[in-house]
Design a protein around this ligand. Structure first.
Ligand code: DTR
Length: 336
């Protein structure tokens, strides 16, 4: 009896001393994300976690940290490089200069949806291996669906948008400026407060945020422009990556393109749901520009790409080739 009790005490001691994961030989990884849990960057994070845990048969445990609890929108990349989180999800548009090549997908080049945008971005990354990512392992990339205007006031024409304070980041801000709006830059998690306080009269983003951030409660109008997509990356600390068992790395390698495609499809479906929900629940009016108006709005965007090519070429980057590739990849994935 004594011996059994002694064994029991020893077992409790061992279990208490070592976390369950190390007992089972599992690798535990932290995954940081900046927006709240119900938003699409976090939905894709949970899907990736589930897939990795299942495909490695429990060899890997991923602890997720949504809502900026571990790292925020602007220190994500550096935080992962420094090892404050093992994995992090970042929106490249929040640091436009740092991610010049991949941010080119935000140019007005006619990417029609998130599925196409995500596959184009992923191919672009693979082809150019931008220096900005040399210190991390890139686990996947994806884009949002095209951006549209959500506002408290109806915007039906270029006259209506003139001087209106609208929130956007990165390349999308230039698009708003070209239409005459006053672009106010801030990451998405700061937007609900800015809208509530009246710092901005609306925002420019993919429309799933109408539901996920409940912007439909504040913004009664949507003006369809179907322009800039925002690029995202999921990156991993290089030392952590190198320390992973080979079979685990293989699972994550296999998931890179699959996760881009999954997130694109999720986003495209979710945008449709969010528009339907906004109309039904909050009677949001969706404004379609007439063909004549749309032509005027599009024409104002023409100089943006030419200027980007000139500026980026001057930095020694292959800007024209990047733009040509985005157009060609987009046509291919859109089935044209
Ligand atoms: N449109 C970008 C990125 C973005 C779109 N949906 C979400 C949800 C949560 C965080 C970021 C985003 C933006 O406006 O920031």
């Amino acid at each position: 009896m004594k011996r059994i009790l002694g064994f029991f005490v020893a077992a409790v001691f061992v279990i208490g001393f070592f976390p369950a994961s190390s007992l089972a030989g599992a690798v535990t990884l932290s995954y940081a994300n900046f927006p709240p849990a119900p938003t699409f960057p976090c939905v894709q994070m949970e899907r990736w976690k589930k897939e990795v845990e299942a495909r490695t048969n429990g060899k890997v445990v991923i602890n997720t940290y949504p809502g900026g609890t571990l790292l925020g929108a602007k220190n994500m990349m550096d935080g992962v490089i420094a090892g404050q989180a093992d994995i992090g999800c970042l929106c490249m548009a929040y640091q436009p200069g740092r991610f010049a090549i991949t941010n080119a997908v935000s140019l007005p080049l006619g990417i029609p949806n998130s599925t196409v945008g995500s596959l184009v971005l992923w191919d672009l990354y693979k082809k150019y291996s931008p220096k900005a990512f040399s210190k991390v392992k890139v686990l996947t990339m994806f884009t949002t669906a095209p951006s549209n205007i959500m506002s408290k006031i109806p915007i039906r024409s270029l006259k209506d948008i003139k001087g209106v304070d609208l929130r956007a980041s990165g390349g999308a801000a230039q698009i708003l400026k070209a239409w005459g709006a006053n672009a106010v830059g801030m990451p998405m998690p700061a937007t609900p407060e800015a809208l509530q306080k009246g710092v901005v009269k609306g925002l420019f983003s993919s429309l799933e945020v109408m539901k996920d951030f409940k912007f439909a409660e504040l913004c009664g109008y949507v003006t369809m422009t179907d322009t800039a997509v925002y690029p995202f990356a999921v990156v991993m600390n290089m030392d952590k990556w190198n320390a992973l068992p080979r079979d685990v790395r293989q699972v994550m390698e296999e998931l890179r393109t699959q996760q881009a495609a999954w997130t694109g499809a999720y986003m495209d479906n979710h945008v449709k749901e969010a528009i339907a929900w906004s109309k039904q629940t909050h009677h949001v009016e969706v404004i379609e520009l007439s063909a004549e108006q749309k032509a005027k709005w599009d024409a104002l965007l023409d100089p943006i790409t030419a200027k980007w090519i000139a500026d980026t070429q001057a930095k020694g980057l292959p800007a024209q080739a990047v733009v040509d590739d985005i157009r060609a990849f987009a046509a291919m994935y859109a089935g044209k």
